[in-house]
Ligand binder design. Sequence first.
Ligand code: CP
Length: 358
Amino acid sequence: MKHKNLIDLEYMTKDELEQTIRLAGVIKQRPDVYKHACDGKIMATLFYEPSTRTQMSFQTAMMRLGGKTIGFDNPMNSSVAKGENLKDTIAVVSGYADIIAMRHPIEGSAKAASLYSDVPLINCGDGGHFHPTQTLTDVVTLSFEKGRLDNLKIGLCGDLLNGRTVHSLIKTMSHFEGNSFVLISTKELTVPDYIKDILNKSGCEYTEINNLKDAISDLDVLYMTRIQRERFATEEEYEKQKGVFVLDMDKLSLAKEDMIILHPLPRVDEITIEVDDDPRACYFKQAQYGMYGRMALIVLLLREEGSFLFDMPDPIESKEHRCPNPKCITNDPQQFYLPKNFYKKNGRVFCDYCDYEV
Ligand code: CP
């Protein structure tokens, strides 16, 4: 039986995404109507990596819908510490819970886990690969704050190479008409080529620059990101990048009055504290809106009727291929049992777990 999983927003149709955003808006307006929507249901939150927003917003989302939660936020307090593999943990937990929300540091782990789950599984971040519910949070925020998802000039600033939220947001927003992007980063942290390919194919205009001050005055949205220390190979490489882009009141004074500032959070030093008091600073509201987006998602994933099914292309198992991504779950010796699954797109072969080209 196929379940409704959310591995990436890419596998949601535009209609389904819009339906989720609409429902998030309804829940925000009338939370009382939904307070028993998940009575008797249990969500397991399995967080193999630290989180504040994603974990707690899923927990509170489930509780506000009338459901309950179980789980761990430190795998070392679970039998993972005794060497239990992902397959066994998921197989067991899916017998306890009605839905699973999982964050894991290894790329492709969400897809791998979904193979062994008897209940819907939501990817809450799989390494540097995908973080679909952050993108859902971002688009819900754009919809609530700007009233539209099209014809927006969106600046993205900071770590555009490692930032999975940046990649997902660009992919999602490139499906809406009239959006354009200003990519603001150092040359070492520009978006990967596959994102530029997506932009080129979509017909969305984009420019790449290395100066926030030069870009800010034209933007409708400024999406700031953290330089992610944990994704750098060495401390020296991180030190070279940190502190290059800082949004302060001086730069903000050049922006439009109705520009909004988003940030997936956590923040380190890329937005000064003074900016928090400016009405354009939407990042704390964004974190709250993410809860409404996640409430809508839980309702839709647990709904038995309807065609709301996040489906994936059928993979092909192949013993001839091996995923070349060293960070892929298929290259983790502990997960040796995983079928070597790939898929074909435009005559090219990709890993079914981490989407790396083989
Ligand atoms: N934005 C985000 O994913 O935050 P957490 O890591 O705190 O969940």
